[in-house]
Design a protein around this ligand. Sequence first.
Ligand code: CP
Ligand code: NVA
Length: 305
Amino acid sequence: MTETKKDFIDLTQFNKDELIFLIEDGINKKNISSKNGMASVDEDACAKDKILATIFEKPSTRTRFSFETAMYQLGGKTIYANMSDMQLGRGETIDDTAKVISRYVDIAMLRTNKHSTLENFAKNASIPVINGLTDKSHPCQVLADLITVKEKIGDIENKSYVWFGPANNMLTSWIHAAQIIGFELRICSPKDYSVDNNLVSGFPNITTDLDPNDAAKDCDCIITDTWFSMGEEDNDQKRKILEPYKVDAKKISMASSDAIFLHCLPAHRGEEVDADVIDGVNSVVWDEAENRVHAQKSIIRWCLS
Ligand code: CP
Ligand code: NVA
């Protein structure tokens, strides 16, 4: 196993300067990339002659497409696999799978149910491994979100962010970012679906247990996500408890006048967010989705450097 391979598992592996480098690298290269076509190869194509494997245990639209587009723009190729089509379903271990795939490709991205599956794959692979979402975290998405904040508001650190909805993998990566960069993160979740205190204790810039009726006051960025993550059963009781946490026009009106609305998508209009918010003037969700490509390119460049 190579000692020097660079896995991208969680934002916590980076310090502030390193995380800011990844954000700025994404933006800088986005601004100089050629616009001839989505597969136009960048001048400094760092993935020329390289193959990225994208391996999914759960569905995906953005992560799959943005990783493939990112790899083409970096001069490389991709191989997609759904885990249910692989021999894993017939009992081959994740450890053996990682060793075998390391003989075919140069870098791998995995979306897994359990975070431990990703960690075991990374431990047994001799190639860089990227977290494309697990039950614990979604660092690629939050990197794209931070790129979007920087582009739209110009500053990340001295801004205030409010999370509305249940604690989940997205929130964990937002908490990691707040811990590294030091921005104000207000977490507005109902008690039944609140964040584990161990994750936030010792960080005065992160507050919890806020009243959904005034949590958004003067904030710069409102964030939400689906109330039911992939693999989670639909539950009417949970939906009822979360109703006051829906992002609606009233919450947006309390925020700073140029506040932005982020949602990693897929969204459920009328559930976690009203249609007039996600389709309204404060919403930057389409740029956010586009920035997945630029975030993935920054991550792949880092992994291969
Ligand atoms: N936001 C995100 O990761 O989207 P997909 O599930 O479509 O990849
Ligand atoms: N929390 C969501 C994010 C989807 C990109 C999920 O895990 O389904």
